[in-house]
Design a protein around this ligand. Structure first.
Ligand code: ATP
Length: 477
């Protein structure tokens, strides 16, 4: 089972490179510190995931507004939030092979104990334990390192940090949002953007990187309101979002942080975990952060960050529930959930008439395994691929180009005339395109219909060219 799972991860990494989703950045210089670039289909997939999130949590709601704050923010913000003093992870090195580990992860792996935050206990637990890399037992003292990236800014005295989370800007802009819009408690402020963490070990492909993207909301409410109900509703909304990305129910679970492990500001924290090939791991978090952030900013800035209830005149500092999603982890889960291998009997119809397929052909039927990314249509990078049956027949090419020009006004489309139709189908299957349209001789000589092929069922039907926009508007809703 474990091997099968590792295998799946390798298949995903390989497909991502082969088909232009994600690959290691700076490959011509040998790569750079587990940094990844999103290729053409990955960039589009990522955009679609962010757009879906924004639509669901901002555009379709009356009680949430958007924000786009800077990456470089006043260092006082990170002082107030506790990141300057306390955003630390413990690291430990193997003295023999020089391999670096995150101490709490290593202790968990070797002893099963969760000792995060307790340096002395971690050092004790590691004594005598063997390095998983070289088998020796010689550790440096575990020590805490701050995970914020430090930089400098012209005209500013002292260090400046790349934001370690997007939420910071939301709190410092809270007053401006209240003053410039018609928001009313309870309401939320949402933001999508890059965050940076100097992780001790970046690993598991795009699961843990040092530069990543987050989608976060601070949902502000009256401290006298029943926050438990609100919290549960947010959990369900988070789950629904992942289901909309294609995540299967059995691969998603809730993990509530035990009381004694809660951050000092949190009343309750629940992570959603996905069943990744490397084990159940955090996909997103949900925390009741109380009034910690606004109160601390109010104190440190000397500004009044309270809310006045217009009906009663009661003044209070709102409490917040924070749903926090990682874009890259959501994308990895969407890739894993979509990946499907199917043994198929590949008929001449599916191969395309002119197909000179490689593979085992028996009575005109080829047996092969097709890899198909079954993304929900909403997030598929390409919605419709349009092909002329043959590249060297100008009338077919021209007709297919015209259809492409028409459909691309409303849908993300791709034109492809390379290789035989069967190979083009396989390529589109691997990037998860829900529909392929093929222009053939009947289209131009007979009835102005095209073949529309469904990614999942592989069924083909003839549709009139004039009906394509309506057909796809319904199918891709
Ligand atoms: P972890 O325990 O995995 O380090 P975290 O609890 O520190 O994560 P949060 O601070 O709750 O993470 O951040 C919210 C979300 O941001 C996470 O649920 C995750 O999706 C994403 N995220 C955090 N760190 C990284 C990272 N290094 N790479 C990619 N995504 C990340």
């Amino acid at each position: 089972m474990k091997n099968e799972q590792n295998d799946l991860m390798e298949k995903i990494v390989s497909l991502c490179k082969r088909r232009g989703f994600v690959w290691p950045a700076c490959e011509i210089y040998g790569g750079f510190s587990a940094a990844y670039s999103y290729g053409p289909y990955g960039a589009q997939l990522k955009k679609n995931i962010k757009d879906l999130w924004w639509k669901k949590f901002v555009e379709e709601r009356e009680d949430i507004v958007g924000l786009d704050g800077p990456i470089l923010l006043h260092p006082k913000l990170w002082e107030a939030s506790g990141h300057t003093a306390g955003f630390n992870d413990a690291m430990v090195d193997c003295k023999e092979c020089k391999k670096r580990f995150r101490a709490d992860h290593l202790v968990k792996e070797l002893t099963g104990q969760d000792l995060e935050g307790d340096l002395a206990a971690m050092n004790d637990a590691l004594a005598g334990q063997k390095c998983p890399e070289c088998g020796k037992s010689s550790w440096t003292e575990a020590k805490m390192v701050n995970m914020m990236f430090k930089t400098e800014m012209n005209g500013f005295d002292g260090p400046v940090y790349l934001r370690p989370e997007t939420a910071g800007a939301i709190f410092v802009d809270f007053k401006n949002v209240c003053d410039s819009t018609r928001v009313k408690i309870p309401f939320g402020i949402a933001q999508i953007g890059k965050a940076f963490r100097n992780e001790i070990v970046a690993r598991n492909f795009i699961f843990r990187t040092r530069e990543f993207e987050q989608m976060e909301i601070e949902y502000l409410f009256d401290p006298e309101a029943r926050w438990e109900e609100l919290f549960d509703k947010w959990l369900v909304r988070q789950e629904e979002f992942y289901y909309a990305l294609g995540v299967q129910k059995e691969n998603l679970r809730r993990f509530e942080h035990p009381k004694e492990k809660l951050s000092h500001y949190s009343k309750k924290t629940v992570d959603l975990e996905y069943n990744f090939p490397f084990g159940w791991s955090e996909l997103s978090g949900l925390a009741n952060r109380t009034d910690f952030d606004l109160s601390t900013h109010a104190k440190l800035s000397g500004q009044d960050l309270s809310w006045t209830d217009s009906a009663t005149g009661r003044k209070f500092i709102p409490h917040v529930i924070e749903p926090s999603f990682g874009v890259d982890r959501a994308l990895l889960a969407a890739l894993l959930a979509a990946y499907t291998e199917e043994k198929i009997n590949n008929s001449p119809l599916e191969r395309g008439d002119s197909a000179a397929e490689s593979g085992c052909v028996k009575n005109g039927v080829t047996e092969e395994v097709r890899i198909v990314m079954k993304f929900p249509a909403k997030i598929a990078p390409v919605k419709i691929a349009i092909f002329p049956l043959l590249k060297n027949k100008p009338a077919l090419v021209e007709k297919a180009k015209n259809i492409f020009d028409e459909l691309k006004k409303d849908f993300t489309c791709e034109f492809d005339d390379n290789g035989n139709v069967g190979k083009r189908y396989r390529r589109q299957d691997e990037i998860g395109t829900p529909y392929c349209v093929t222009v053939d001789f009947d289209t131009i000589e007979k009835d102005d219909t095209v073949t529309v092929r469904d990614r999942d069922t592989m069924e083909q039907q003839r549709i009139k060219v004039s009906e394509l926009p309506k057909y796809f508007s319904e199918k891709l809703k």
